[in-house]
Design a binder for this molecule. Structure first.
Ligand SMILES: *[C@@H]1O[C@H](CO)[C@@H](O)[C@H](O)[C@H]1NC(C)=O
Ligand SMILES: *[C@@H]1O[C@H](CO)[C@@H](O)[C@H](O)[C@H]1NC(C)=O
Ligand SMILES: *[C@@H]1O[C@H](CO)[C@@H](O)[C@H](O)[C@H]1NC(C)=O
Ligand SMILES: *[C@@H]1O[C@H](CO)[C@@H](O)[C@H](O)[C@H]1NC(C)=O
Ligand SMILES: *[C@@H]1O[C@H](CO)[C@@H](O)[C@H](O)[C@H]1NC(C)=O
Length: 255
């Protein structure tokens, strides 16, 4: 029984390795009206965060614009996100959630397993930790009852498992994706590839939601509201809207 299960997992892992190519997302020239984010743009977006920030409890998590810039641009490039409107939505979310890149995990109130620069929660963090083949073994090794429930293929399920995990395990899984290369790309991954139902088969993220991509690319407030509500799954607030509009202006060069 257990051997069968193990083989299933190994199969899943092999699929994961074979399939680790970001979902093809065509970047047509009409939607591609931005070049790389510049240092001064990023610095303006995060309000000139300096590290360590005076009085900050999370000194090792803090990143300046100069430190973050290469990872931010690589994240957009790896996931083929090229329009100003999409970049502004994702970047303002990241800056808002992380306090201008001061934080990499949720400190207030300290929600277990919640982290990376867009402060994703479970099960997204868990899916993200399984999404790269190099890390999926490490992530699976953290699952505690792997040997106890013989033959339960549900352990390869991406949606049901996290409910059974302890806070400690959630934090250990989160730790897998806290490095700069992953934490600054999680918003891009979530937008384009979250929602997988099986290991090794990336989901389509929010790009499958009707009109969502087009709304962001057109840089409309309604498009951004659609993103916040139906993709991120949170509530539109004046603070979030201000951050988005400010970021949009900065990226359009109208500051
Ligand atoms: C990005 O878009 C280009 C142009 O459409 C396409 O050739 C490429 O495969 C895409 N890459 C990814 C990772 O989706
Ligand atoms: C940056 O400053 C603007 C304007 O005061 C404010 O709306 C925004 O919330 C600040 N963002 C961060 C991440 O501190
Ligand atoms: C796990 O975290 C939740 C949310 O912070 C908390 O309410 C709960 O007491 C924690 N459980 C344990 C066993 O510490
Ligand atoms: C994951 O673990 C399996 C089984 O030990 C191994 O064959 C495979 O090479 C590992 N994958 C990576 C990317 O390390
Ligand atoms: C960028 O492209 C979008 C969608 O095509 C368009 O609505 C917007 O006006 C363009 N912005 C700039 C600065 O060219």
């Amino acid at each position: 029984m257990f051997l069968t299960f193990l083989l299933l997992i190994l199969n899943a892992l092999q699929t994961a390795q074979a399939a680790f190519i970001p979902v093809s997302r065509s970047s047509s020239s009409s939607s591609s009206n931005s070049s790389e984010i510049t240092l001064s743009q990023l610095d303006a977006i995060i309000n000139g965060t300096t590290c360590p920030l005076k009085g900050s409890e999370s000194l090792d998590e803090c990143r300046t614009a100069a430190q973050a810039l290469p990872f931010v641009n690589k994240g957009f490039s790896d996931y083929n996100i090229t329009s100003v409107g999409e970049k502004a939505a994702l970047l303002s979310l990241m800056s808002f959630e992380s306090g201008g890149f001061q934080f990499n995990i949720n400190h207030f109130p300290g929600n277990p397993g919640q982290g990376t620069r867009n402060l994703m929660e479970f099960p997204a963090v868990y899916q993200y930790a399984l999404s790269t083949p190099f890390l999926s073994n490490q992530t699976l090794a953290l699952l505690p009852n792997l040997k106890k429930h013989k033959g339960r293929t549900s352990y390869a399920s991406l949606s049901s498992l996290p409910n059974t995990l302890s806070n400690q395990t959630k934090n250990a899984i989160r730790a897998v994706v806290l490095g700069d290369g992953l934490s600054f790309a999680s918003a891009m991954w979530f937008y384009t590839q979250s929602g997988a139902t099986q290991i090794g088969q990336p989901g389509q993220g929010c790009t499958q939601i009707a009109g969502l991509v087009q709304g962001l690319q057109a840089q409309t407030e309604a498009g951004w509201e659609h993103y916040i509500t139906d993709c991120v799954g949170t509530t539109v607030t004046d603070e979030r809207r201000e951050d988005y509009l400010r970021t949009l202006k900065i990226l359009n060069g109208n500051t």
